[in-house]
Design a protein around this ligand. Structure first.
Ligand SMILES: NC(=O)c1ccc[n+]([C@@H]2O[C@H](COP(=O)([O-])OP(=O)(O)OC[C@H]3O[C@@H](n4cnc5c(N)ncnc54)[C@H](O)[C@@H]3O)[C@@H](O)[C@H]2O)c1
Length: 365
């Protein structure tokens, strides 16, 4: 199957920088970009989990810069040397509970680190598009029936959410103050707000699926916090298709600057307890017990309205809730029980299913 024609062929032969390539989403994005024929460089710290999806993938032809975003000079040197045409910015301190314990590192990385990257991009004449990955947690915690749309007010309670809301404002500032707008040359910037991402290859602490997998492998019940919290669960490939579609649009001069939601189909925005039950149906070793509180504040309901992405980008989720859970559980079972790595297979099946649904992320002609 020829993949390099997807996204209008925008990535074939293109120099792309992925920050956070050693992490969960960044490693999948690096894999996909290589399949699309891009030249890929990464900028990140060493993986902090064992195993780590990045290490397992063995993408030897990705240029691997282990650089701290907080070091402005080092970040600038990477861009000077690599001259990326597109940057996908995923590197971050992304964990809510960890951010309560490490607010300084969280703000320094997620806000000043972003500024260091955008300053380097500003000085880099090759860079034409920046996709800055934030989160659905950037919204002020005021749930609405239809979910948050991109016009809802930004907010944030914990340091992680607040730092990402700041990252949205910083992106908007750079778009208005420094980067040229679409059609005028220079770099363009869009931000992407995705939901709770699941899928194989995440072993982070304090994330529901990773914690459940660890517990299932160890044959112990997981102490479950916040079983009633409602989250938009989506497979990792779903937001990545949105990021790639955005990068394609920015490169093609489509008017796609600004913020975009990328969430799952409605049937996948469910309470934690429902996701656990769905996982258990496929993997009976997934066991839970109540966790005694109190727990730090986390938003009770997160739901995303993705109609803007559907109407203006032609972006839709490909996998429904059942497939998302099945692919996630099967990935971990294959890895932990048989030592198999299903990532390339998942990617190929995802693209096949997208095509069967009439989705090619073709862009505007
Ligand atoms: N996983 C989710 O459910 C989810 C949901 C919405 C948004 N996001 C966002 O997506 C992005 C990727 O998340 P993830 O789940 O892959 O996280 P992750 O923790 O798996 O990966 C984080 C990456 O950032 C890098 N990093 C951290 N601090 C750095 C620093 N100071 N300098 C350079 N690199 C640094 C790490 O080395 C790693 O490569 C983040 O911006 C996160 O906020 C994630």
């Amino acid at each position: 199957m020829a993949l390099n024609t997807l996204f209008g062929g925008a990535y074939a032969g293109r120099r792309v920088l992925v920050t956070g390539h050693t992490g969960f989403k960044g490693s999948w994005l690096a894999l996909w970009l290589r399949e699309l024929g891009a030249h890929v460089a990464g900028l990140a710290l060493d993986p902090i989990t064992t195993p780590a999806h990045w290490d397992l993938l063995g993408l030897d032809d990705v240029t691997d810069h282990r650089v701290d975003l907080r070091n402005a000079d080092a970040v600038r040197r990477v861009l000077e040397q690599y001259q990326p045409e597109v940057i996908f910015h995923l590197a971050a301190k992304p964990l809510v509970r960890r951010s309560y314990a490490e607010p300084v590192e969280t703000f320094a990385t997620n806000v000043m680190g972003l500024i260091n990257l955008l300053e380097a991009a500003r000085a880099c004449t090759s860079t034409r598009a920046v996709v800055n990955v934030t989160t659905d947690k950037v919204y002020l915690d005021q749930p609405t029936d239809n979910g948050y749309n991109e016009a809802c007010p930004l907010g944030g309670h914990d340091p992680y959410s607040t730092s990402k809301a700041c990252a949205e404002l910083v992106s908007d500032c750079y778009r208005k103050s420094y980067f040229h707008s679409v059609g005028n040359g220079g770099a363009c910037i869009a931000t992407a707000r995705a939901g709770n991402v699941i899928g194989g290859g995440d072993w982070s602490e304090d994330r529901l699926v990773s914690d459940l997998v660890r517990a299932a492998v160890a044959n112990t019940p997981l102490r479950l916090r916040n079983p009633d919290a409602v989250r938009p669960w989506q497979h990792v490939l779903e937001p990545l298709s949105g990021y790639l579609r955005l990068g394609q649009g920015l490169l093609a001069g489509e008017p796609v600057e600004g913020p975009w939601n990328f969430g799952p189909a409605d049937d996948a925005t469910v309470p934690v307890a429902t996701l656990v039950a769905r996982m258990r149906e496929r993997w009976p070793s997934v066991l839970v017990e109540p966790s005694p509180g109190p727990h730090p504040h986390e938003a009770s309901t997160l739901r995303l309205d993705c109609s803007k992405a559907a109407h203006e980008l032609g972006w839709y989720p490909v996998w429904n809730a059942a497939t998302t859970v099945a692919r996630t559980v099967d990935w971990y079972r294959a890895f932990h029980q048989n030592g198999e790595l299903c990532s390339k297979n998942d990617l190929r099946d995802y693209i096949t299913d997208a095509r069967a649904a009439g989705i090619e992320w073709a862009g505007r002609s």
